[in-house]
Design a binder for this molecule. Structure first.
Ligand code: HMG
Ligand code: MG
Length: 328
C-alpha cells in the first residue's frame, strides 16, 4: 500500500442509520451494505450490538452479521465488516454468531497470511470510549476508567475469536456537555491504554463536528508525542460545522491515511444533541482523488447509493459532491 492510498471506512449503515427514528427494514439495510460492497470500499461498519432500549434502530444487527457470514456478498476487494460491541453482552451476542458459523469469516491471522481464496469476509468489533467524563456517562452509563475495564474484556474476547478490534474515542475535539476544550493529552492517554489492551486501531471521533484545523493539528501532535503511530489512527469527522474536509486536509498532512465517512452524509449521534451526519463518502472520494490520492472507491457508485438511501429514509442528500455528480 503506497503512501498515496487512503482507506475509507464506510460507517453509513451504522453511524448513518442509528439515529433514524423511523424503523428501517432489514432488507433496506442489507441492500445498502450489498450496494456499498460493490464500490471498492474495503471497510464497512454494518451494525451495532448495543442496547435496543437505547438504540432501537440497530436491533437487527444479529441478522445483518448472520447474512454477512452466510452469504458471500460479492465485492471487487476483500471487505472487513465492523460492528460496535461495547460490553460483555455485545461481545457475547456477536461471538455467538461467529461460533455458530465456524470458518465463515477470515481471521486476522488468515487475513495477514493472505491464505483465503474463497472470498470470506473479515469481521471486526469496535468498542467506544469518550474523552470526557460527562459524555462517557451519557453514552456508556459509566465513567472512563470503568469503560476501559469493560473494553479490556471485549478486546480479549474478540482476539480469542481471531477478530480485529477498532476502538473509538468520542468527543475528541469538543463535547456537547463539557464544551470546546477537550484535553488532547487525555485523548492520547486513553488511546495508549486501548492500544496496550490490544486494539488494532484508534478512531478519533469529532462527534459534534466542532473541531477546527488548529485543534486537529494540536490533537495529532499530542498523539505523535505520546508515541502513537499514524498507521494506528483513523479520523472520524462529523460535518456539523462544515469543517470535516479542512480537518481531513490537516490530518493528511500529518500522515493519517484512514478516514471514516458515510454515504449521503448520513448520520448523527443520539447522545450528541444537534450533531449532524458524518462527512459524506462522496465528498471524501472527490477531495482525496483531487489531491492525487487513491481510495479505490467508485465515485459514481457511491453517489448513486447516497441518493438512493437518503430517498429511501426520507432525508435530503447531504453530499454536495453526490448531488453535483448526479446533476441534481
Ligand atoms: P448497561 O450498563 O447494561 O446499562 O449498558 P443500561 O441501563 O443502559 O442497560 C439497559 C438495558 O440494555 C439492560 O436490559 C441491559 O441488559 C441491556 P434490561 O435490564 O433493561 O432488560 N444491554 C444490552 N442489550 C443488548 N446489547 C448490549 C447491551 N448492553 C446492555 N450490548 C450500554 C450500557 C452503554 C452498553 C448501553 O446503555 C448501550 O448499549 N447504550 C447505547 C450506546 C450507543 O450505542 N451509543 C451510540 C454509538 S457510539 C457513537 O455513535 C459515537 C461514534 O460514532 C464515534 C463518534 O462519532 O464520536 C462511534
Ligand atoms: Mg460518529
Amino acid at each position: 500500500i503506497s503512501n498515496n492510498h487512503v482507506r475509507l471506512v464506510e460507517v453509513g449503515p451504522r453511524d448513518g442509520l442509528q439515529n433514524e427514528k423511523k424503523a428501517i427494514t432489514l432488507a433496506t439495510k442489507i441492500e445498502l451494505i450489498e450496494r456499498l460492497a460493490k464500490t471498492g470500499l474495503s471497510s464497512i461498519e454494518a451494525g451495532s450490538f448495543v442496547s435496543p432500549k437505547w438504540v432501537p434502530q440497530m436491533n437487527n444487527s444479529s441478522e445483518i452479521l448472520e447474512h454477512i457470514l452466510k452469504q458471500k456478498i460479492p465485492s471487487p476487494v476483500p471487505i472487513t465488516y465492523s460492528f460496535l460491541a461495547p460490553n460483555a453482552k455485545g461481545l457475547e451476542n456477536a461471538t455467538a454468531l461467529l461460533q455458530q458459523n465456524p470458518g465463515a469469516y477470515l481471521t486476522e491471522a488468515e487475513s495477514l497470511a493472505r491464505t483465503d481464496t474463497c472470498g470470506r469476509p473479515g469481521i471486526e468489533l469496535a468498542v467506544f470510549a469518550a474523552a470526557t467524563e460527562t459524555f462517557s456517562k451519557r453514552n456508556l452509563n459509566c465513567d472512563i476508567a470503568t469503560s476501559l475495564e469493560k473494553f479490556r474484556d471485549v478486546i480479549q474476547g474478540s482476539k480469542e475469536m481471531g477478530v480485529r478490534v477498532r476502538a473509538y474515542i468520542s468527543v475528541v475535539l469538543g463535547c456537547p456537555f463539557e464544551g470546546y476544550d477537550v484535553d488532547p493529552h487525555k485523548v492520547a492517554e486513553i488511546a495508549t491504554t486501548l492500544l496496550e489492551m490490544g486494539a488494532d486501531e484508534i478512531s478519533l471521533g469529532d462527534t459534534t463536528g466542532m473541531g477546527t484545523a488548529p485543534r486537529t493539528k494540536e490533537l495529532l501532535r499530542c498523539m505523535s508525542a505520546a508515541g502513537i503511530r499514524n498507521e494506528d489512527i483513523a479520523m472520524h469527522f462529523h460535518d456539523t460545522y462544515g469543517q470535516a474536509i479542512v480537518n481531513t486536509a490537516i490530518s493528511l498532512e500529518h500522515g493519517i491515511r484512514t478516514f471514516d465517512s458515510a454515504v449521503g452524509g448520513l448520520g448523527g449521534c443520539p447522545y450528541s444533541p444537534g450533531a449532524t451526519g458524518n462527512v459524506a463518502t462522496e465528498n471524501m472520494v472527490y477531495f482525496l482523488e483531487s489531491l492525487g490520492m487513491e481510495t479505490g472507491v467508485d465515485l459514481d457508485g457511491v453517489s448513486d447509493i447516497g441518493a438512493w438511501i437518503t430517498g429511501e429514509i426520507g432525508k435530503p442528500n447531504d453530499s454536495a459532491v453526490g448531488k453535483a455528480v448526479l446533476g441534481v
